[in-house]
Design a protein around this ligand. Structure first.
Ligand SMILES: [Zn+2]
Length: 132
């Protein structure tokens, strides 16, 4: 039996939105690390206050923030609203693009929009770091 096309479309759009959220999460890390001249690869993501290495729950875009109540699970340091905001923005850009333009063109436009968000977020954070 063949899966109906609608199911495949919904599944691939859900996948694209999930990827968009993960890219948002990566943008946050880049915006956090690049101005400090740190590597994007090492060390693993950790709390800036207590150094605890983030686990799978912490790293789920949006949900991780909500589950932890916006705080580090070990030391209670506030994570700040910009991380979930960037993730939500990336997710909703993808949802919006897919909704308006359909799965193919929507995916392309969604990826481009997220790229712009990524560049802008990192540039902003670099500028902020430079001005002190
Ligand atoms: Zn901590």
């Amino acid at each position: 039996m063949r899966a109906p096309e609608g199911v495949i479309a919904v599944a691939s759009m859900a996948y694209l939105v999930m990827v968009a959220l993960l890219v948002g999460s990566f943008i946050n890390m880049a915006a956090d690390r690049l101005p400090r001249g740190e590597s994007l690869v090492r060390p693993r993501s950790h709390c800036r206050s207590c150094g605890r290495v983030l686990n799978l729950v912490d790293l789920i875009p949006l949900a991780g923030y909500l589950i932890r109540g916006g705080r580090c699970a070990s030391c209670g340091a506030a994570i700040g609203p910009s991380s979930p905001a960037v993730e939500a923005l990336c997710g909703s850009l993808m949802v919006g693009a897919l909704g308006l333009l359909g799965p193919i063109r929507g995916a392309v436009v969604g990826v481009l929009a997220i790229l712009v968000v990524g560049v802008a977020t990192v540039a902003l954070s670099m500028a902020r770091a430079r001005s002190g």
